[in-house]
Structures are given as structure tokens and as C-alpha cells.
Design a protein around this ligand. Structure first.
Ligand code: SAM
Length: 213
């Protein structure tokens, strides 16, 4: 299968974010809006288990939603009292995030290009890395996200939990354990586990890593 070029993938996401409703836009395009709402709620609960269930108005957690799409996870986590940055490569997605206003700060940026003056308590990237089709750019992105996590902070990545890569479509290449574990170990992060979404037939789940060095 011929994969989209970077320019084609970028046009695809801009067009999809303009065309689709809030959740189908960045969720599963084969589900309707109501089913996507369940899917988003399920994954939010998983994020909550990882981020923790405490809010501290004096010292909020500092989170990065890397590839935030239209910002559903960004806004939900901000409503829990956390300070959240949302970045996405799609101009259309970031424009629509900004319409909601509120406390999150949104920036148009690639995952590999984002720089922050502060390190994050948790960096999470839900269903984004398997849309980065070029291997070198995927590696730069993973390394950059890892570099943005503070000591003892967490990196959370949505991808599949098997070994090996698999091309699902011309804009989706899932990568498995043999890609993430050695790369992130070399970046000073410990592998804590992978948990399946357990939603319909999705083969995807969340990897969690903790910075130890
Ligand atoms: C399936 S959507 C997920 C969006 C969001 N995480 C969510 O779950 O609603 C994938 C998103 O990744 C973004 N994206 C793809 N490649 C990217 C890159 N290299 N840097 C930043 N964003 C990227 C797309 O613009 C799109 O918004």
C-alpha cells in the first residue's frame, strides 16, 4: 500500500477536522458520534487512572496533550484542575480548539518540533503516533515527547501492544513494543505496562512509561 506523503497527510487532517463533528473528527471514523462519545469516555477513564485522581489548585499538574485534535481530552483534563497545553499539526484543529476558550493553551506544532520552557508531569499522545508515517519523523517525535517529561513524570502513548508493525491504511501504521520499549529505555524511561482500550475490536491501547533518569 502506498502511504500518504507528509503534505497529503496534513491536508487529510485539515479536511477531516473541518468536515467531521467534534468526536468523529479525531476519534474512530467508522463510529458515529454517539459511539465515539463512549470511546472517548472510556479512554478518558484510562488516562485518569494514569494521571491520578487528585486536583491541587495551588500546584496543578502540568500536562501536554500531544496531537490534541479538536481538544476533547485537553479540555476534560483542564476541567479537572490541571494546566494543559494542547498541540497539533493541523491548523484547522487548533482553530477549533481555540473557539472553546478556557484555560488550555493551544499551539500548532508537530510532535517533534514542540519546545516548552517547563517539563511536564504527564505527556500523553492518544492515537497520534500511528499517524506519523515516516519512521525517522516517528522516532524524532517519540524522543522529543520523552525529553519533555520531568523526572518521575509519565509518558503515555496510544498504539498497539503486539510486536511488529502493521499498515492499517494509507494514513495509519501501528508500531509495537519492539519499537517503543528499547527507544524509550535509551531515553531514560521505564516501561510500566500497556493496557488495551478493550473497546469493540480496537487492537490499540495505552503504553505508560516513567522517567527514571
Ligand atoms: C486520530 S487524531 C487524534 C486526535 C486526539 N488525540 C483525539 O484523540 O481526539 C490524530 C491527530 O494527530 C495529528 N497529527 C498527525 N501527525 C502529527 C504530527 N506529526 N504532529 C502533530 N500532530 C499530528 C492530526 O492532525 C490529528 O489531529
Amino acid at each position: 500500500m502506498t502511504l500518504l506523503t507528509e503534505a497529503e497527510a496534513s491536508a487529510y487532517w485539515n479536511e477531516r477536522h473541518q468536515r467531521e463533528g467534534d468526536l468523529r473528527s479525531g476519534g474512530d471514523i467508522t463510529f458515529d458520534e454517539a459511539t465515539n462519545r463512549m470511546f472517548y469516555t472510556r479512554r478518558l477513564a484510562m488516562l485518569l487512572d494514569i494521571v491520578g485522581m487528585q486536583a491541587n489548585p495551588v500546584a496543578p499538574l502540568y500536562l501536554l496533550d500531544a496531537g490534541c485534535g479538536k481538544g476533547w481530552f485537553t479540555r476534560e483534563l483542564a476541567q479537572f484542575g490541571h494546566q494543559v497545553d494542547g498541540i497539533d499539526g493541523s491548523e484547522a484543529a487548533i482553530e477549533q480548539c481555540r473557539v472553546h476558550g478556557g484555560s488550555p493553551r493551544y499551539h500548532k506544532s508537530s510532535l517533534s518540533g514542540w519546545r516548552s520552557p517547563r517539563l511536564y508531569d504527564v505527556v500523553f499522545s492518544v492515537d497520534v503516533l500511528f499517524h506519523i508515517l515516516d519512521d525517522a519523523e516517528w522516532e524524532r517525535s517519540v524522543r522529543n515527547l520523552a525529553s519533555l517529561v520531568r523526572l518521575s513524570g509519565k509518558l503515555v502513548i496510544g498504539d498497539w501492544g503486539e510486536d511488529g508493525d502493521r499498515v492499517y491504511s494509507n494514513y495509519q501504521v501501528v508500531r509495537g513494543r519492539q519499537r517503543y520499549l528499547p527507544l524509550l529505555r535509551a531515553c531514560g524511561l521505564r516501561f510500566d505496562g500497556w493496557q488495551s482500550y478493550r473497546f469493540r475490536r480496537s487492537p490499540i491501547g495505552l503504553y505508560t512509561f516513567t522517567r527514571t533518569g
